[in-house]
Write a protein that binds this ligand. Structure first.
Ligand code: NAD
Length: 497
């Protein structure tokens, strides 16, 4: 069996803890590899490598840093297919979706290539007589990134390209369910000329994460994952004096007003609810149908759902793949059964679905639940699977009340032809990312990504300008080149003149 190790100091490093986690192909259910789970000592080795590398990388010229990033961008571009295949083999998502993930990750590498523009700083001359003030931003040191299973390449790429462009060094702890893409990203970075130790990957579970959260040489932690773990990361790392951004889970609502184009809305709902088998933090999991839109939407979604092809991610005919693990598949299925018991109408029941020839894969068909209410578990919990809950609302106001009562606030969308309603929605809704006739409003790389409420702990979103701010700290330098006439004793508080 293949063993996946760590990447420390620019080379693969075998695990020494003696503990391993299983890596599975979700389409077959077969175990394809084992991944080394780092001990505290192994995490410390990675942090030491990063700390050592920071001594030179932190002061390496912008020209040299960006030269590496441009070379990295070209290498990643040439390896899109390979990276997508690695993602599909461990995550299960279909190849086209995996390619999309790589492309969205590349956006951040491209942003990092232009870091010179972001780090230019500010200068005010003659703020007082012969006094100038400069504001600069400097790297933090060693930064840790902890990432979820559902975007094995993109979420790590939300973090480390910008962090290292800003002059930090990085220790990445990817999801132990999908380690290969992250390891390959690190290997390609070394190939692109990134000095040893600037980007390290330690595989592991809670033990490795908890060591990163308390390690005295870690300056900041970027986390993306579920809300309970995001809260733990934020609380623990903050208590240990670290800068933290911890992005959590979601329950994203898509509101459809009666004047919307219902064919477009049905297309959008089905793409956003079932794409990547619903395992996206920006998936639409609640459809809020206002007025008389519910029945036609159900009809249109049902018609489209019947044509969806579910199968192995490496089959070009497949549009939706399996779920990450058997346990997760069973948990998602239990929400469909539970919703029925709690009074929802199961319009489409994907439980019991299988793919001939791949019976041990983690399959689930698509489910659509109607007449869902906020009291039901299917509404209250993040299901993270191909289950769309439809809630009927009488009015825009009732729909808005529902959305804003959610503890989460990651993404949301409105479908309407009414500009005034859309404008009102974008101002009133409590969520970090809003789509107007766009169901999955993931911001482009040069804006920032992040939710509100229980979808993000910390005050910086990821990538874009927020990412640059997160990975740097400000310094303001006040300078006077004295002239003999500036002398004289004055114990007053400095003021401008
Ligand atoms: P998860 O929270 O289980 O795991 C995320 C990371 O935390 C992994 O690296 C894992 O090893 C580590 N981890 C797990 N349990 C831990 C513990 N007890 N202590 C310390 N570390 C621990 O999340 P997941 O199942 O891998 O990913 C799915 C979740 O991520 C969903 O909730 C989804 O909404 C969320 N997500 C959010 C965003 C966003 O941008 N807000 C993006 C992608 C995924």
């Amino acid at each position: 069996m293949k063993t996946l190790d760590h990447w420390i100091g620019g080379k693969p490093v075998a695990g020494t803890s003696g503990t391993y986690g299983p890596v599975t192909d979700p389409a077959t259910g077969a175990r394809t590899a084992q991944v080394a789970l780092a001990s505290v000592d192994e995490v410390d080795t990675a942090v030491a490598a990063a700390k050592d590398a920071f001594r030179t990388w932190g002061t390496t010229s912008l020209a040299k840093r960006t030269a590496v990033l441009f070379a990295y961008r070209a290498l990643l571009d040439a390896h899109r297919e390979e990276l997508a295949r690695l993602i599909t083999a461990e995550h299960g998502k279909v190849h086209a979706d995996a390619l999309g993930e790589v492309a969205r990750g590349l956006e951040i590498v491209e942003l990092a290539c232009g870091i010179t523009e972001k780090l230019k700083g500010e200068l005010s001359t003659q703020v007082s007589t012969r006094v100038d003030v400069a504001a600069i931003r400097q790297p933090l040191g060693v930064v840790a990134g902890i990432t979820p299973f559902n975007f094995p390449a993109m979420v790590p790429m939300w973090m480390f390209p910008l962090a290292i462009a800003c002059g930090n060094t990085f220790v990445l702890k990817p999801s132990e369910k999908v380690p290969s893409a992250a390891l390959r990203l690190a290997e390609l970075a070394t190939e692109a000329g990134l000095p040893d130790g600037v980007l390290n990957v330690v595989n592991g579970d809670k033990a490795a994460v908890d060591r990163l959260l308390e390690h005295p040489d870690i300056a900041a932690v970027s986390f993306v994952g579920s809300t309970p773990i995001a809260r733990h990361i934020h609380t623990t790392a903050s208590a240990n004096g670290k800068r933290v951004q911890a992005l959590g889970g979601a329950k994203n609502h898509m509101l459809v007003l009666p004047d919307a184009d219902l064919d477009l809305a049905a297309d959008a709902a089905i793409n956003a609810a079932y794409g990547s088998a619903g395992e996206r933090c920006m998936a639409v999991s609640v459809l809020v149908a206002v007025g008389d839109t519910a029945d036609p939407l159900i009809e249109k979604i049902t018609e489209r759902a019947g044509k969806l092809r579910i199968g192995p991610g490496d089959d070009p005919a497949s549009e939706m793949g399996p779920l990450i693990t058997r346990a997760h598949r069973d948990k998602v299925a239990s929400y469909v059964h539970g919703a029925a018991a709690q009074g929802a109408e199961v319009v489409l029941d994907g439980t019991g679905f299988t793919v001939t020839g791949h019976e041990d894969g983690h399959w689930l068909g698509i489910s659509l639940l109607d007449k869902v209410t906020p009291a039901m578990d299917a509404y209250r919990d993040e299901i993270f699977g191909p289950v769309l809950c439809l809630v009927r609302a009488d009015s825009y106001e009732q729909a808005m009340e529902l959305i804003n009562s959610s503890p989460w606030g990651n993404g949301t969308a409105i479908f309407t032809r009414d500009g005034g309603a859309a404008r009102r929605f974008q101002l009133e809704v409590q969520a970090g990312m809003v789509g107007v006739n766009v169901p999955i409003p993931v911001p482009v790389g040069y804006h920032s990504f992040g939710g509100w409420k229980d979808s993000l702990f910390g005050d910086h979103h990821v990538y874009g300008n927020d990412g640059v701010h997160f990975y740097t700290r400000g310094k303001v330098i006040t300078t006077r080149w004295p002239d003999p006439e500036d002398g004289g004793v004055n114990l007053g508080f400095p003021s401008n003149h």
